[in-house]
Write a protein that binds this ligand. Structure first.
Ligand code: GLU
Length: 481
């Protein structure tokens, strides 16, 4: 089964389970599950002329490549369809449908007057030149221009798309329509009517939700954010801003990763301390020798969580971002306390990052990364789903049963679409807020969404994810005609 199929099954199973527990009939369940429109198409993009050996340098050959694209409009009960467009080689119809379904739930959870949609192109944008990427974005818009509009369907960025790509898309859209229409897309550059705070919004919203959750938990357990360790998988727009803002909020962000792998930095002082602690029995010399030769990973297997906590240093996130920009990859960017060096740092794989004994795990990359293969090795007590669908249904059930608190994607990463909504409102009223005003509104809206879900979860003794789906479904069915 493909990753997309898996995610679609998980999303639909959760809607079904929640709707059945709410005693909804089959007809309503089908309306919640089935997408209203599935647009699937192929389009040709002109590739850059290449001077191959058989042609003279003046005789460049023109080549076209065909790509598959989708725009799936899942549900419009609460308002115009809303959702991003992703460019990814593994994108499929099922994946886009699953993501469109999650957008319907997410917009309802966040209390926005939007339905859910998603777009995608099966392409690896890293293999394209800038001008090829621009032409691909424009050709994609030619296919969806008649399907979208500020009160019909409002696209935005998603995986591998950003404000620059959105700018190309709007240019193309306005050329086709013959008029300006800034509210048709969100996530635009500020110069084209974008909102201040939109780029950081998804990460910022996630940190607001995490803090709100810890406030609730602190009445039960003694928790102090400055003591809590965090590992973030994914260093794109969402992962980077989450890591940066979490560190600023006082959390110890001890591990980050991008698609090629992750990094941690070992605190040499605690290593000595913990080595002593586990060496307090006989055969000291032998054990010291053994420990010195030992790889960090083996050390992880031997130590308790407390010692490991001391072992990992909080990383310097902005410095790591600078280092990644310069090197093109995270590997080797061991930055802590304002310096980057090669000593004491360690490259770890994405799989290892997920299994680190941290308090809070933040999958902020792609779907299904926590699954039946690694679920038993997950040690975090809280998982914040910043990616869409990062936990498979099976892993979700296993971890929930084990008592792991999972903050669902439809709440945790709703900051992005919430500021998209604020952008849309600003475009419509042609009046723009300051960054503080946007952030203040985002915080208020996220806290309000969290509060409703927390209450439902506590009252009905159900996990946060189920509570979020229930709140969303209640809102959607109240608007169904
Ligand atoms: N792509 C983002 C998401 O999955 C943002 C969508 C939007 O702003 O419309 O939530």
């Amino acid at each position: 089964m493909s990753q997309g199929q898996k995610m679609l099954e998980s999303a639909q199973a959760l809607i079904r389970k929640t709707a059945e527990s709410m005693k909804l009939g089959e007809e309503v369940i089908n309306r919640l599950i089935e997408p209203e429109f599935v647009h699937e198409f192929a389009f040709a993009v002109m590739m850059d002329p290449k001077n191959d050996e058989n042609t003279s340098s003046t005789q460049a050959t023109k080549k076209f490549k065909v790509f598959k694209g989708w725009r799936i409009q899942h549900n419009s009960a609460l308002g115009p369809y809303k959702g991003g467009i992703r460019f990814h080689p593994e994108t499929t119809r099922e994946e886009v449908q699953a993501l469109a379904t999650l957008m319907t739930i997410k917009c309802a959870v966040a209390g926005l007057p939007f339905g859910g949609a998603k777009g995608g192109v099966a392409v690896d944008p890293k293999t394209l030149s800038e001008s090829e990427l621009q032409r691909l974005s424009q050709e994609y818009v030619k296919k969806i221009a008649h399907l979208i509009g500020e009160d019909i369907d409002v696209p935005a960025p998603d995986v591998n798309t950003n404000s620059k790509i959105i700018a190309w898309m709007i240019d193309e859209y306005e050329k086709i329509k013959g008029s300006k229409s800034p509210a048709t897309f969100t996530g635009k550059p500020i110069s084209m009517g974008g909102s201040l705070g939109r780029t950081e919004a998804t990460g910022a919203g996630g940190v607001i939700i995490l803090k709100a959750l810890l406030e609730k938990l602190s009445s039960k357990f003694k928790v102090q954010s400055s003591k809590l360790t965090v590992a973030v998988q994914g260093f794109g727009n969402v992962g980077y801003h989450f890591a940066k803002l979490a560190a600023e909020a006082g959390f110890k962000v001890v591990a980050v990763s991008d698609s090629k792998g992750g990094i941690i930095k070992i605190n040499p002082k605690s290593e000595i301390l913990t080595s002593k602690q586990i060496l307090n029995s006989n055969d000291q010399e032998e054990k010291v020798k053994e420990l010195k030769n030992r790889q960090f990973k083996n050390l992880l297997d031997q130590l308790g969580q407390l010692e490991i906590r001391n072992l990992l240093l909080p990383l310097d996130i902005p410095l790591i971002a600078e280092c990644k920009k310069a090197k093109g990859t995270l590997a080797g960017c061991y930055c802590a306390g304002g310096v980057c060096d090669l000593k004491g740092g360690q490259t770890i794989s994405n799989e290892e990052l997920l299994e680190l004994p941290v308090d809070i795990l933040v999958p902020a990359a792609l779907e299904n990364v926590i699954n039946e293969k690694n679920m038993k090795k997950i040690k975090a007590k809280i998982i914040v789903e910043m990616a869409n669908g990062p936990i498979t249904q099976e892993a979700y059930e296993y971890l929930t049963e084990k008592g792991v608190i999972i903050v669902p994607d439809v709440l945790a990463n709703a900051g992005g679409v919430t500021v998209s909504y604020l952008e849309w409102v600003q475009n419509k009223m042609r009046y723009y807020w300051t960054e503080e005003e946007v952030n203040e509104k985002l915080e208020r809206m996220m806290k309000r969404a969290f509060e409703v879900i927390w209450k439902k979860s506590a009252l009905k003794k159900i996990p946060l994810k189920q509570a979020a789906f229930e709140v969303a479904i209640e809102r959607i069915i109240s608007a169904l005609q």
